[in-house]
Design a binder for this molecule. Sequence first.
Ligand code: ASP
Length: 589
Amino acid sequence: MYRTHNCGELRMSDVGQEVTLSGWVQVGRDFGALTFVDLRDRYGITQLVFDSEDDAALCEQARKLGREFVITASGLVRERTNKNANRSTGDIEIEVKSMSILNSSKVPPFTIEEETDGGDDLRMKYRYLDLRRRPLQSNIIFRSKLALETRKFLDSQNFVEVETPFLIKSTPEGARDFVVPSRMNQGEFYALPQSPQTFKQILMVGGFDRYFQIVKCFRDEDLRADRQPEFTQIDCEMAFVTQEEVLATFEGLTKHLFKHTLGVDLPDFPHMTYDEAMRRYGIDKPDVRFDMELTDLNDVAQNKGFAIFDSAELVVGICAKGQAGYSRKQLDALTKWVKRPQIGAKGLVYVKCNEDGTFKSSVDKFYSQEDLKAWADKFGAEAGDLLLVLSGEEEKTRKQMGELRLEMGRELNLMTPGVFKPLWVVDFPLLEWDEDAERFHAMHHPFTSPKKADMERMLNGDHETMKALRADAYDLVINGSEIGGGSIRIHDRALQEKNFKLLGFTQEEAEEQFGFLMGAFEYGAPPHGGIAFGFDRLCAVMNGQSSIRDFIAFPKNNQGRDMMIDAPSGVAKEQLDELGLALNLKEKA
Ligand code: ASP
């Protein structure tokens, strides 16, 4: 028997018991007569003691144990004289009577502790070592619990878990597809699904009424800390539902998950329209843990002789409470920050609301004290506050200000960890006009339904009408992260055809790629709608972390590589022959 107990469960009540533990050597400490070894497994760490007066040979063997050796040890549980309050097993230790080495280990390339000295790629190459670390173990265990609670809740609501295929047809859904060559149909390719979107809609036509799946999705996009080429969604679809019913169901799921994994009771989620989110926060996924809302200043800042503001479509600001003490250096740094290409502002205007009721600004030449007081009043600013102002083209400037608001939130520690502020953002535009390509993109995806009131306008309206169409589309946002998104779908062939047309599909292209779906709509498709949650991101946000990588057992790096198995990689010529393919790689630009 390898173990009678695990390394995290022995307590004072077990003192006097003979036990056997197995695990990894975290660290050894040699104090001459006594040698201590911390033995670790998934459940915790237990201290082993080897006494050279009891058994000199055994103690000698213990001294030679290296980090990450796998051992099994038997002995007596006893009370520690020197207790460790930071460890659940810290009141006891094992007086070892026998020990054997089950496997030795090379010296690991990084420390296997809470904090590690290993860089990302090294940790991914030796993922099996990284996975032994407590933070990763608890992340992966959290993920498992979250999946289980998801299934429990959705099952209680009559959802049926249905698997959909991974080898499908390449269809544009926003991102680039990963493609897989077919051996049996040479020259043809499958694509890996960006999401099960069309299949779940077909399941509604197939009468399943409520579907869910915890499912891998594949998107060949450039990667960031919160993106992976393969990621997991909680994917759902419901028939005979309105938007309100979808939101209520998934608000219920979210509350259940927070309650049953974190013990957090979430209040009801506020609803905010897309327009309102953009106006107040400059972003469609606002972090509402802090205020600092955007305030329009056109009426008080224009026509005072400052040409830059006068010619701007929008003058907009935020008020940082109590920050009038910002130094020249800090303001210069902020100005530099907004001028970075990622943000793209031309400059930053500030106004300090001094304690004595006067104002000091970077535009004193153009504005009197009364003018600046009028600005401050717009924000409801008080003495000691700092106003930051940007100007320019409406949409761009709002977004830039939204970014600056977030940066100030970070800088001033306003994004309190452990506080969760969920909200629904609703009424997204149906279409997004792409100036450069001079075409519409679907804001969510091509299957999203316009609002009922907009359907007629969509079928008959002009170009400007199309830009203003609103969709029954919604996002769940928590602490500035988009956790989920979905929509009520089009279930009518004519409307779906019209949408494809608006998106630039010819009739043949639409038929070729989505004929099956439009065909299904002709056989009694029920009204339906759904949503998908980003499961990896939900794990990270619930744990106050920004990288989804540490919630995925085997993630890929920024180049899309699996560092452990070394993928992607070449394939043998025979494999290519079988597929009827030959490589003809273009020179990299
Ligand atoms: N399939 C969509 C997505 O992956 C979600 C949905 O509309 O249900 O974003």
